[in-house]
Design a protein around this ligand. Structure first.
Ligand SMILES: NC(=O)c1ccc[n+]([C@@H]2O[C@H](COP(=O)([O-])OP(=O)(O)OC[C@H]3O[C@@H](n4cnc5c(N)ncnc54)[C@H](O)[C@@H]3O)[C@@H](O)[C@H]2O)c1
Length: 335
């Protein structure tokens, strides 16, 4: 199949493109190489993808509709997977404009593109952050998500609802995924795992927010990719409305549009996560316990039932295994 993927120099886009290329698909990767974190890591990911004959890179900003159009002309995509975004919860307090530009204007450009390309399936990345401080667990896709705690979450909620309107108006089958704290090799330097491993290796203390009392439904990146790949052929339609007892399908009554959590439903405490890192590194961490940060949520916990009903799959890698794989990659990356 022919794919246009945005954000292929990013953590998740890289893994997804690599998997699709391994399966023999044609992938055009669009990325702006933004300097939010070390661009050398992004370049190294793209350099690996470029070893594959089926890959073409287009470097451009989401805000530049012309650049996106060029990528689409090259790709002639059957499927568009929109992962590029200004990510990160905490940075949205420092630089809100980056979120408005990339996630609102940029995502709207992608919707326009999907309309022009008449794709079979448009897939959009959203986040567990849209659940805000939801205290009903596990978080089901049908739960209320109107109380985001950060602009990051608000822009991702906007991507979901803008996607619904385009799915309705232009009959674009659209799936919005809600990812839950993704981690693994080639991961993001702004996220806790990378930061903790960096600090422990240097013998420096780690900043543990919420005094360690936070819980996250960590999702190993290979599991996340498995779920996405299985969802590609499941373009939302009445033909695949889920009728399993106890599972609420989010398939819209107005549009070929569905929201799906991608998470295993196995939340882990931050302190247990840190223990897994210590074990993998063979070194103890010095914990600097700090209060919750503005915008942080105490827990995330995915209900994976809809994903399971649609794909037969639920993320399954446990944290000690995933963290060990990250540490192995980290040590080669740092040389
Ligand atoms: N990693 C997670 O735990 C997680 C959790 C929930 C949701 N998400 C979402 O998944 C998607 C992928 O996340 P990731 O972890 O791979 O992040 P990432 O930052 O590694 O990748 C995003 C990529 O998008 C590119 N990009 C950013 N702004 C751009 C712009 N304006 N124009 C063109 N390219 C731009 C960046 O250069 C980067 O390579 C994002 O939409 C993110 O919000 C990630």
């Amino acid at each position: 199949m022919r794919f246009l993927i945005t954000g292929t120099a990013g953590f998740i886009g890289f893994h997804l493109a690599r998997r699709l290329l391994d399966e023999g698909h044609f992938v055009v990767g669009f990325d702006g190489m933004t300097p939010y974190y070390d661009v050398r890591l992004k370049e190294a990911r793209h350099a690996l993808l470029e070893r594959s004959n089926g890959f073409r890179a287009v470097i451009g900003q989401l805000e530049d509709a012309e650049a996106l159009k060029q990528a689409a002309e090259l790709a002639e995509p059957e499927v568009i997977i929109h992962l590029a975004a200004q990510a990160g919860v905490r940075y949205s307090l420092e630089n809100p404009k980056a979120y408005v530009d990339a996630n609102l204007t940029g995502s709207w450009n992608v919707l326009e593109l999907a309309k022009q390309c008449e794709v079979k399936h448009l897939m959009l990345a959203s986040t567990s952050s849209v659940y805000g401080a939801n205290d009903k667990v596990p978080f089901a896709e049908s739960d209320k998500t109107d109380e985001p705690l950060t602009l990051y979450a608000a822009t991702k909620k906007a991507v979901e609802v803008m996607g619904h309107s385009y799915a309705h108006l232009w009959k674009i089958p659209t799936t919005a995924f809600r990812f839950f704290t993704v981690y693994g090799p080639w991961g993001r330097p702004d996220m806790a795992l990378f930061k903790f491993v960096d600090a422990i290796e240097k013998g420096e203390p780690i900043d543990v927010y919420g005094e360690g009392n936070m819980r996250r439904d960590f999702t190993y990146v290979e599991d996340l990719i498995e779920a996405i790949v299985r969802l590609v052929p499941v373009a939302p339609s009445e033909d695949n409305r889920v009728t399993v007892e106890g599972v609420t399908d989010t398939l819209s009554r107005q549009a070929p549009f569905r929201i799906v959590n991608i998470g295993g439903g196995q939340p882990v405490g931050l302190l247990d996560f840190i223990t897994a890192i210590e074990t993998a590194l063979g070194k103890p961490a010095v914990r600097n316990l700090l209060p919750m940060q503005k915008g942080d949520v105490p827990q995330t916990y995915a209900a994976p039932d809809l994903l399971k009903a649609l794909t037969g799959y639920v993320p399954e890698t446990d944290v000690p295994t995933g963290v060990k794989n990250f540490v192995e990659w980290y040590r080669t990356w740092k040389g």
